[in-house]
Unconditional design. Structure first.
Length: 589
């Protein structure tokens, strides 16, 4: 339900400024309560005065967020046992506006539709490769959860702000990305489910971004169309459905197959109308803070109570105008009857002073507060700059989860003729998905700062993280046992086997992640049958993966495999996924 706006009579408020701020991410869950004796807090600052600036931050220890995180699933989101990143703050500490600043770690450039497509599509790709690359990228950056439907039909918001949507929204998002890549798109017509199809190689192909599923024809190469699946349900029944974190379950495959019934004419189009981007402007003394973790009472936007709060990060948008100098005036939208003194601002004698600021963020506002040192100030908020609603110190009530999504608002301050303000902090809580924030991993981390300012910028970037060495990633498997590297098999009833690595004294192998592809770069798996967490198969606890059905591989083809490991502390503590992978060529005669 939207917020009812109406005019209030004047209300004078006296605030007292809070003391010096603690660490940028103090108290955020679930990581604030996840500690270890080996933890070492680290901090790194960079002062930047160029429109493009490269720097390196080295993270020590043996553990980070990536090697403690599972792949993204469908209904399960993802599992994560620990996170090393705590916060990255980007401050405008200069005297001019900074236009469209961004901090990239090389993996988080999803600010526009064009960047999202560019992140997946490389020059020289075929239409088939473009289509699959965009589908696969979708499956690694969102999971299935219902929220505000109007918000999550825009891929920029899905990837950066939320990290989730449902089938109807996702089929629109993926269709729009295919369109942007120059591909033809049409909707499928299922019972109780929404999926899009993409056209290449003279035929339609169905790719389900929501359920993370594709289904191959019996050549084990061509991705099936809706018509193919309606005519042959076994193409679905022999495939893994509902994502990599969902256990193998034949009854679920049967249920999914029953959704495909339409054999009629392929017609219609599907596209998004998203125009959101992650552009921002930082005024002097304005900042954005990416924070890993959420407040104790998680703040979010959406009509449904959040199912997986640990997949949400609550960042900050912070504006602290400097009232000791007239430079603060450049950041206001309107000023009336206000004078600047050496001790702050005051209303002109005998008049009521008025200041209006516009607060904007590319991330959705989910709460906030005002911190004021002064007396006689009346604050109000408006969504259109015309109708105002009073505001106290706590702004949370203005941004209810089921209200309208807000990326901008007007804040008005009125000062009576004896009112004054020495300091003001306008602080807003943001919703962010941690999958696309400027994170670090163990080792050297290369960051690139960019903006579109003409000159005069002065930016400070502050990284805060924790280094932990409680668990050591294992070595990769020493060898492929069957088939051997470059070897051959007879028949298609195959059990892939590999040599377990040698355990360390304190760690044991908890799980394996197996992938097989028909591409040497193993950029994406051959199908959902070949992207498996072994604990979700009937081979759980073993260094092997048995194909669930005969005929899933084709004679006279070369395939490529990877093994990835997760270790578990013997005491049941943190898990670590090993980043070292070993490719294995699998030749089927």
């Amino acid at each position: 339900m939207g917020i009812c706006l109406f005019l209030w009579t004047a209300m004078l408020l006296t605030f007292v400024a809070k003391q010096a701020q603690p660490a940028l991410a103090d108290g955020l869950q679930p990581w604030a309560s996840n500690t270890d004796p080996t933890d070492v807090a680290r901090k790194h600052e960079e002062e930047i005065n160029a429109g493009r600036y490269n720097y390196i931050v080295t993270q020590g220890g043996t553990m980070d967020g990536q090697n403690c995180q599972s792949p993204v699933g469908v209904y399960e989101a993802w599992y994560q046992t620990w996170e090393s990143n705590r916060a990255v703050r980007m401050d405008n500490v200069g005297e001019t506006d900074v236009i469209n600043p961004w901090l990239s770690n090389g993996c988080n450039n999803f600010r526009t539709i064009e960047e999202i497509v560019t992140a997946a599509v490389e020059p020289g790709m075929s239409d088939k490769e473009k289509a699959i690359a965009l589908w696969y990228q979708e499956t690694r950056h969102r999971y299935h959860f219902g929220t505000d439907d109007n918000e999550v039909i825009d891929p920029v918001k899905v990837f950066n702000v939320y990290g989730y949507n449902t089938c109807g929204n996702d089929s629109i998002c993926l269709a729009g990305l295919w369109h942007k890549a120059g591909l033809k798109v049409t909707p499928a017509r299922l019972m109780g489910h929404c999926v899009s199809q993409v056209f290449y190689d003279s035929r339609w192909h169905l790719m389900d971004g929501d359920m993370h599923s594709i289904y191959l024809l019996r050549d084990n190469e061509t991705i099936a169309s809706e018509y193919d699946l309606a005519r042959d349900h076994d193409l679905i029944k022999r495939s893994h459905v509902h994502g990599i974190l969902f256990p193998d379950n034949r009854s679920t495959n049967e249920w999914e197959a029953a959704l495909y019934i339409y054999e009629g004419e392929v017609k219609g189009d599907r596209n998004f109308q998203g125009d959101h981007n992650m552009n921002m402007l930082l005024r002097p003394n304005e900042s954005i803070t990416w924070r890993w973790g959420h407040l104790n009472q998680v703040k979010y936007h959406g009509k449904n109570p959040i199912k997986y709060p640990d997949t949400i990060s609550n960042g900050l948008w912070d504006y602290r105008p400097d009232f000791t100098r007239d430079i603060w005036r450049n950041g206001a939208d309107a000023i009336e009857n206000i004078k600047t003194t050496s001790d702050g601002i005051m209303a002109e004698t005998g008049k009521t002073g008025v200041i209006v600021w516009i607060i904007r963020s590319p991330y959705v506002f989910v709460g906030g507060r005002l911190e004021v040192e002064g007396n006689g100030a009346e604050f109000a908020v408006s969504w259109d700059g015309k109708t105002w609603q009073k505001a106290g110190e706590n702004l949370d009530g203005l941004f209810p989860p089921d209200g309208e999504a807000r990326y901008q608002y007007y804040l008005r301050c009125q000062l009576s003729d004896d009112g004054w303000i020495r300091r003001l902090s306008i602080i807003n809580d943001l919703q962010m998905t941690p999958l696309l924030m400027p994170e670090m991993v163990v080792g050297e981390n290369n960051f690139v700062y960019t903006d579109q300012s003409t000159a005069g910028r002065k930016v400070r970037i502050t990284h805060e993280w924790i280094e932990r060495s409680d668990s050591v990633p294992p070595e990769p498997p020493s060898a492929s046992v069957f088939p051997v590297d470059g070897g051959e098999t007879n028949g298609t009833d195959i059990t892939f086997q590999w040599s377990p690595p040698v355990d360390s004294a304190d760690d044991e192998i908890a799980d394996y992640h197996f992938e097989l592809s028909d591409r040497p770069d193993i950029r994406w798996p051959l199908s959902t049958n070949f992207a498996k967490i072994i604990s979700n198969t009937f081979d759980r606890g073993k260094a092997q993966y048995t194909l669930p059905y005969d005929g899933l591989l084709t004679p006279d083809r070369k395939y490529y495999g990877e093994y990835e490991l997760r270790t578990q502390r013997a005491c049941g503590g943190c898990g670590v996924r090993c980043g070292a992978l070993r490719p294995v060529d699998l030749l089927r005669p």
